[in-house]
Design a protein around this ligand. Sequence first.
Ligand code: B12
Ligand code: SF4
Length: 440
Amino acid sequence: MKVTLVQPPNLQRSGKWKKQNVYRTPTNLALLAAYVRHFNHEVRICDLDIEGGTVAEMAENLLSDNPLVVGFTCLTPRYPIIVDISEKLKELNPNIIIVVGGQHVSGLPKHILKKDIIDYAIQGEAEESFLEFLNRLESGKSMDDLSNLIYEKSGKLYINPCRSYIDNLDSLPFPAWDLLKLENYTDPAFYKGAHLGIITSRGCPFNCYFCASKVVWGRTVRLRSPENMVQEIREAVEVYKINEFMFYDDTFTLNKKRILQFCEMMENSGLEIRFYAQIRVDTIDKELALRLKKIGCFAVAIGVESGNEKILKEMGKSLTKDNIRNGCKALKDADMPFLASFIIGHPGDTHETIHETLHFADELDADQAKFMIATPYPGTRFFDLAVEKGLIPEEGAEDLGDHTYFQHVAANLSEISDEDLLKYQQDAFDEYDKRKRPLV
Ligand code: B12
Ligand code: SF4
């Protein structure tokens, strides 16, 4: 079956973000493509974030090689543009089958389909269900009992239960990088050339109220083996000539033993790479930071979120300010640059607690820092709370398009005004822009 997988455009590329030239690989689509291609489906990936165009041009681009199915990956802010493009696709070719997957679908399964526009959605981990979906379309078999599928029949919505997670992540094929124009994936503030996003684990065991990781992966963690990680890196370096990477894992260092083994294997591999990863402060010490540095880690990102002990406790992150101080000290001792992210506008945040957060940022003295405004993504406790308080509608997912972190307040559960939150964010960004230490 001929299928085009689509990364929709990122509409945050306006104003100051437009100039940034930052593009990340749609690794999820490259993984799905590799999986279904293995079973003889014909796949193209179209990254509209890079290819651009008006809605009509994007739709024409997607139809240019006559696919039977178009599949979009969907982050919440991109849902509205997916609906617009799909509408145009159906106008140009009423027989095209449109399916959507990704975090937004998994967080809000009840509100994804659009009559005569979005036909199907697949929630959760999707490799196996997407393959089965294409197989059934091809053979004309009923979709009724297909796990993870969301569909409509005789005006009724069906949300089928999810199948169990893939046990052995090493069994998955490596992403189909040959389907992307890899030279486009740049980020000059981090990387010297093109880079790839690699994911080596799925899931996070913690329960932060604002985090959407669990909507796709649940709360259990599955890990790829160090051998398999090194193999993927070797292929990227030797076949695709790319030696810079971003690990998309929620917490790259969650399992210290695995990462130490990975370090050892990389040291012996003869591969020279540069990479960046997200970690938690309680999963790093000086020894590990030094080992990571030795194999090419040029920086790590940590989520600090707040400088107020009570807010930290209520957040579900299981970290105290001392945990954070210790982790940052280990990174500094190892001379490992780090980026810290903070959230302004937590439920219950006051002027005092936000000042504590800003002072804590000063104390930690990260190489770079970002300050986000708390935003309720579907499937999170924050989303449920915001709906419960009537601040956002659960239905009408199209209105969620503005849920983004820069200079926008989607649902304010803090004790201060929207204007004050926006001002704190802008001032903090401006201040840290002046101080940040370069990574390249
Ligand atoms: C890399 C990344 C990005 C990249 C690129 C995302 C991309 N398209 O690949 C960039 C930097 C652009 C990005 C931006 C943002 N991100 Co982000 N990002 C991630 C990250 C770290 C990894 C994504 C990934 O590749 N995962 C691995 C793959 C294999 O998993 P997956 O994407 O879920 O895909 C599986 C299924 O969902 C499904 N699937 C996915 N797509 C499709 C398509 C079809 C057709 C089908 C059938 C199935 C399917 O199959 C896949 C394989 O099983 C995740 C964290 C995470 N835990 O996933 C956050 C995450 C996705 N991001 C998140 C957020 C909040 C954002 C931002 C809104 C942040 C912000 N403050 O601005 C922006 C959105 C910008 C915008 N305007 O769109 C949230 C999701 C919230 C939401 N509902 O949208 C996550 C989950 C982080 C979190 N822990 O909360 N992000
Ligand atoms: S620790 Fe990180 S990935 Fe895990 S739930 Fe919290 S924010 Fe999400």
